[in-house]
Structure formats: C-alpha cells, structure tokens
Design a protein around this ligand. Structure first.
Ligand code: MTE
Length: 335
C-alpha cells in the first residue's frame, strides 16, 4: 500500500463537536466547516471555500435520497469531532482511480452507480441478483458515526448512513456451510481507469472478506450515504462495507457480489503482500506493520504545522464490543 506521510492535507480547524450534536442540524445545512488553509500538498478540492453541508448535492435516485433522509439517528457514541466533509470526500484510497489520494475525487465521477445490482451467491438458501432498490426495500437506514483507521496510520471520524449487514445476511438464509463472506468490487475498466493501468499491482477486481461472526456483528454495516447525503463515487458508491474495528482496506467499495463460502476467501492486499496485510486486519497499536509503527495515527484534518497525532486504540476503540470474537487467537499471528 502506498504511503504518503507529510502534509498531504493542509491543517485546518476541527469543527467544534457541539456543532455536530444535532444530526438534523447538519442535514439541514446548519453546519459549516472551518476555512481550510493552503499547503504544498493540498488537494485542489480541499482548498475551496468552507462548505455548507446543506448546499452539497450528490447525484442519486430520489428513492435513495428519501431513504437516506429518513435514516434513524446514530446509536454509537463517538465523542470526537467529525472529520469535515471535504476531507472525507477529497482524501481517498480507491485504486481503481489511481494511487494518489486526490485521484478518486478527481476521476470517480465517470462511474455510473445507478442502476446497480448485487449478486448474492454461495452457501445460502436464497441466492440471486438483486437491484439495489430491492435490497434496500423494507430496510430502515441508520446513521452511524464511526472512527475509520487506515493501515497507513491516518484516521477520520465519519457519519455513515447504512444498515446492518446482519439484516441482509438473515434474509438470504445462510446454510451451515457458510463460514465466511467474500465481497467483490465492480470490474468495469471503461469507468475505472486504474483497472486498465499496466502499472497496477492489483489483480482486479478488488476483493475482501470477513468471517461469518464478524459479518453478523452489529457494528458491521453496508453504507449507502455519508453526512446525510448519497455516498459520493469516490467513497464507494453505491454500496460499501464498513467494519469499524478493522483497518480501512477491509472497507471494500462499490460492491457487486457477496458470496458465502466455506473456506477463507482470498483478499486483495493479503494476495499482494501477505507479510504486511493479513485477512483479519484488526486495528492494533501493539502489532506494528513491518515498515512502520501502528501506535499512533494522524487524525484528519492534519498538516505539517498541526499533524494532529492521536494514540491508536486496540480494535480502534471498539474492544468492548468485539474483543470476544478473537479471545483464543494470537493477534500477532492473525494480523
Ligand atoms: N475498495 C476498493 N474497491 N478499492 C480500493 O482501492 N481502498 C481501501 C478501502 N476500500 C479500496 C477500497 C482502503 S486502502 C481504504 S483506507 C478505504 O477504502 C478508504 O476509504 P475512503 O476513501 O472512503 O476513506
């Protein structure tokens, strides 16, 4: 995974937490983020004037906008300030659009996330290919504010809108042979230029996987929105995985296939560098990456003058909810 350490994003003020206390406020656009500074590594989109969330229009079908607008409030309590919208949508990893953090925001507009279908296959009683709209029928979306910790040692706090993956899994009735869930991203080089690149080390499509108990965990969601808006393409529209106690590379974007398997599925980064990126990828400050420490992280917004370094927490701060899943496992071996 490519690492860029210094000052990728200019420093800026963290929006005071109080401003975010009311979800309805930011959906109505009462919130505006602080002015952004200018730095030598600044992404063009990040140098724009302060954004009023209410003014942002992300394209998407009306049915999805309405479902997102009526999402239930967040259940998880995160006391840290949310990362401003510009940073969440302007500093991305989405190698289908290139290796720079600014490539996805600049290029992902060519993706057509609607209409969209998801194939659900493997060890289940009810396989099929479902239109996104049908998958979301009868599902009440929820807002979930979670920390996101990238393996590259930067982090954000993101107000996702999504639904529990467990709700979807129960509907397709897994058989007793379903031990893992494998996820696959769209492979469409005409809309994903990185998939055409001869420099790419990735064997497309991007793949990820979870153990069944991880997939069924109440913290695990499939996101369709953020900040009360339709998920932007660069963040994995129209459907992406969010597993808050794991490193960000597990959060596979633009999912087109979900397959239930008996054997542990292959995953993109563990195929490329198995010594550096494991299947589990649980956030763990005590287990260093072979090339850097995982003890701390740069919380965005972060810049040269104000790097905003915070200590990394075991399981990204969700140990109370998830540590039992790994109680008999050596976390150094199963990284
Ligand atoms: N999904 C796909 N299909 N392709 C990718 O390159 N990058 C992963 C993950 N999901 C990636 C992906 C990595 S490395 C991270 S850290 C997160 O997406 C970043 O999500 P964000 O850009 O919304 O912050």
């Amino acid at each position: 995974m490519l690492i860029k350490h210094s000052g990728d994003i200019p420093s800026s003020e963290i929006t005071p937490e109080a401003i975010y206390n009311s979800r309805r406020d930011f959906m109505r656009g009462a919130m505006s983020v602080a002015a952004l500074g200018v730095g030598s590594f600044a992404a063009p989109g990040l140098m724009a004037a302060p954004t009023n969330i209410g003014d942002i229009e992300v394209k998407g079908p009306d049915w999805l906008k309405q479902q997102i607008a009526s999402a239930n409030a967040n259940k998880e309590k995160v006391t840290e300030a949310l990362t401003p919208y510009e940073h969440i949508t302007g500093y991305n990893n989405f190698y289908e659009y290139g290796y720079d953090k600014t490539d996805p925001a600049a290029k992902a507009h060519v993706l057509k996330p609607h209409p969209w279908t998801v194939e659900i296959a493997g060890e289940i009683a009810r396989p099929g290919t479902f239109a996104l709209e049908d998958l979301l029928k009868g599902i009440t979306l929820e807002e979930r504010v979670y920390r996101l910790r990238c393996v590259e040692a930067w982090s954000m706090v993101v107000p996702w809108v999504g639904f529990s993956l467990a709700d979807l899994i129960k509907r397709v009735e897994p058989t007793s042979k379903a031990k893992y869930v494998a996820f696959t991203t769209l492979e469409r080089p005409s809309e994903m230029p990185g998939q055409k690149s001869s420099f790419s080390t990735i064997d497309w499509p991007y793949r990820e996987g979870l153990r069944m108990d991880e997939a069924m965990h109440p913290l695990t969601i499939l996101a369709v929105g953020l900040y009360g808006k339709v998920l932007p393409n660069q963040n994995g529209a129209p459907l992406r995985l969010v597993v808050p106690w794991k490193y960000g590379f597990k959060y596979i974007k633009s999912i087109v296939k979900i397959e239930f398997t008996e054997k542990q599925p292959k995953t993109t980064w563990s195929m490329i560098a198995p010594d550096e990126y494991g299947f589990y990828a649980n956030v763990n400050p005590q287990v260093s990456h072979p090339r850097w420490s995982q003890a701390e992280e740069r919380r965005l917004p972060s810049g040269l003058l104000r790097p905003n370094i915070v200590p990394t927490q075991l399981f990204n701060g969700y140990a109370e909810q998830v540590a039992h899943l790994y109680k008999d496992m050596d976390l150094r071996k199963f990284y």
